[in-house]
Ligand binder design. Structure first.
Ligand code: SF4
Length: 343
């Protein structure tokens, strides 16, 4: 095992949630300890106009031997009423919030969700998107402007390569696309309205896979005024329970080992090491490259479940699912904190 991997595993082993501040909170009569850095993710819908073979939203289900097909509240008004109810209950926790999916910009519920986040004055607001719906209009206003009007702070855009042909091939778009030409419009506009864009790139052998590829990616988007990039390693998962053989094969063939990249990055003068962050199932090294902040992250779903089993009363993160449940898990039938009862 290389030294970097050993160091990271040891750090992961030493992660102790009880050294972090927590708040006791009552969920339907049951007290739980909520980690103070806890984030609420609103998983808008499983629909996506891309079809990435590595999709993490799907992986979270498939590595638990479950099919990724989420139940949902069918009526928009009922869904938004339920979200309003849950956000009201959670208000004392002053949570940060992330909107995710599927592709959230393609959901007709998105604008209603943004308005509720504004109504409940939620702290630090982020959306993660493949960018393809940002210039779509709802009620005569672009989604980008709806995000700005509702005071979003961060805009995470997933792009696996700066070369359009390679990116399209990897992300297998069915319809709609966010091109680099679109980004030339989106990035400066967002920046001038206090919405900070970040490019998110999954490291893949068929895409960005070496330190020079990373440098080229950073430099390409730096010219478009991006000052913030994240590179992710394909998530480690539970192979024993994985039910999607095709995905498993794809992941095995395409995985780029960040431990190897980190070894090289630490010796490359272009990257200035800044700091690292140890989370409950992820590890992040942060560097500066010119004026760009570069995060690099590895995560392990097995560690996530081990950590949660060790401390069942701790809430590490919360996810509001399309079925109206609030869970301490990305899987909508696990660790239910507030269950939706149809009236
Ligand atoms: S764009 Fe995101 S949500 Fe859509 S298929 Fe790709 S990884 Fe999954």
């Amino acid at each position: 095992m290389n030294e970097f991997k050993k160091l990271r595993l040891e750090r992961q082993k030493n992660f102790d949630i009880y050294t972090k501040e927590q708040t006791t909170f009552n969920f339907n009569g049951k007290n739980k300890q909520v980690y103070n850095n806890c984030n609420l993710s609103i998983f808008v819908d499983d629909y996506c106009n891309a079809d990435c073979k590595f999709c993490v939203a799907q992986l979270r289900y498939e590595n638990k031997n479950q099919i990724y097909q989420k139940k949902k509240i069918m009526d928009d008004e009922t869904y938004l009423k339920r979200l309003d109810e849950v956000l009201t209950i959670l208000e004392p926790l002053n949570l940060s919030v992330s909107i995710t999916g599927g592709e959230p910009t393609k959901s007709k519920r998105l604008v209603g969700i943004l308005k509720l986040i504004e109504k409940h004055k939620m702290r630090k607001r982020t959306i993660t998107t493949n960018g393809s719906g940002l210039l779509d209009k709802v009620d005569g206003t672009t989604i980008l402007d709806h995000l700005i009007e509702n005071h979003f702070d961060h805009l995470n855009i997933s792009k696996t390569h700066y070369d359009e042909t390679i990116n399209k091939k990897i992300m297998c778009y069915k319809k709609g696309y966010c091109s680099n030409e679109d980004l030339k419009e989106i990035i400066p506009y967002a920046l001038s309205h206090n919405l900070r864009p970040r490019l998110s790139c999954l490291l893949l052998k068929s895409g960005i896979s070496t330190i020079d590829d990373m440098a080229n990616y950073i430099e390409y988007y730096e010219k478009l005024r991006i000052d913030n990039v994240i590179f992710r390693q394909l998530m480690d998962y539970d192979e024993q329970n994985m039910c999607n053989v095709e995905k498993m094969k794809y992941c095995m063939e395409n995985k780029v080992d960040l431990n190897e990249i980190w070894k090289k990055v630490d010796q490359d003068k272009r990257f200035q090491r800044y700091k690292n962050i140890l989370g409950y199932y992820y590890y992040v090294e942060i560097y500066n490259y010119h004026n760009v902040v570069v995060c690099s992250e590895s995560a392990d779903l097995k560690t996530l479940y081990q950590e949660k089993e060790k401390n069942p009363d701790v809430v590490y993160e919360m996810v509001f699912h399309p079925n109206g449940n609030l869970n301490g898990s990305w899987v909508d039938n696990e660790d239910i904190l507030l269950e939706y009862q149809e009236s």
